[in-house]
Write a protein that binds this ligand. Structure first.
Ligand SMILES: [Zn+2]
Length: 266
């Protein structure tokens, strides 16, 4: 009897684990213009993740030019912002076989602004990093995040004018030490206009998206997320234990930088 109970509980736990980690079926490229289509986003991933593109590599410059063109095509006001890599990031890149000198020891962010109807309101920021580590084309980390932002901006625009400014920040040198995020939130003229950040980052190479990091005092933000999640394909995964465990881990994401400045986000 006890053995049957144990076996039954384990089976149930396994089925629950499988069920809660199912990814939604991607919407095809021909999906309605106002919908997010993973198939459309995939065409950008194929362009971005052709080869590793660490800071200072020719491929890194190619990807930045490609993304500058894509943001411009989407009708955003595009600019670049350069700032110094930290000494630790310069060392890390050199140790990994990269060439910080070829990048003039700099991180170069891409910023795109979609003006909203009310420009006095705090802006919403969508953020992901376009650099990779030395040895990986970075299809998941973080081309998937970058491509998802491009497709999301396209779908948002197809729905009509936005209420408030939407700021896209494609950061550089995240893999070296969050340098791009530090450069933006350290001194960009737009930094104080950002009211909330949605940062898309990769953990692992597949499976379901999970929300694992919030700002401080995140109750109202999580309520908003819950209401929005109900409308997302396949729902979303978020647990308070993930946020709790993440807080205790030594690694950070680009979102850690605005979070430490008191900006809310997910
Ligand atoms: Zn990443």
């Amino acid at each position: 009897m006890r053995l049957a109970l144990l076996f039954g509980s384990l089976t149930l736990a396994f089925l629950l684990a499988v069920w809660t980690t199912q990814a939604p079926k991607p919407r095809p490229a021909g999906a309605s213009a106002v919908a997010f289509s993973a198939a459309r986003a995939m065409t950008d991933i194929e362009q971005i993740a052709r080869a590793p593109h660490p800071v200072g590599s020719p491929e890194h410059a190619r990807v930045r030019a490609y993304l500058n063109d894509r943001l411009t095509q989407l009708g955003l006001q595009v600019s670049e912002q350069a700032g110094p890599l930290s000494p630790a990031s310069v060392k890390r890149l050199a140790r990994a076989g990269g060439d910080p000198g070829a990048a003039n020891n700099q991180a170069i962010n891409l910023i795109g602004v979609l003006p909203g109807k009310d420009r006095e309101q705090p802006a919403v920021m969508l953020m992901a990093h376009y650099d990779t580590v030395v040895g990986s084309p970075g299809a998941a980390d973080d081309s998937a995040g970058v491509a998802a932002i491009l497709e999301a901006v396209r779908a948002i625009q197809a729905r009509g004018p936005v209420e408030r400014d939407l700021v896209v920040l494609l950061t550089d040198a995240e893999e070296l030490g969050l340098d791009g995020a530090r450069v933006f939130f350290g001194g960009h003229p737009l930094r104080d206009r950002i009211g909330a950040v949605v940062n898309l980052e990769a953990r692992g190479g597949g499976g379901r998206a999970a929300m694992f990091e919030t700002g401080r005092e995140a109750g109202p933000m999580v309520q908003l997320f819950r209401r929005a999640a109900a409308k997302a394909d396949g729902g979303t995964t978020a647990t308070s234990i993930a946020a709790f465990m993440y807080e205790r881990m030594p690694n950070g994401t680009d979102f850690t930088v605005p979070k430490d400045r008191g900006v809310g986000g997910l």
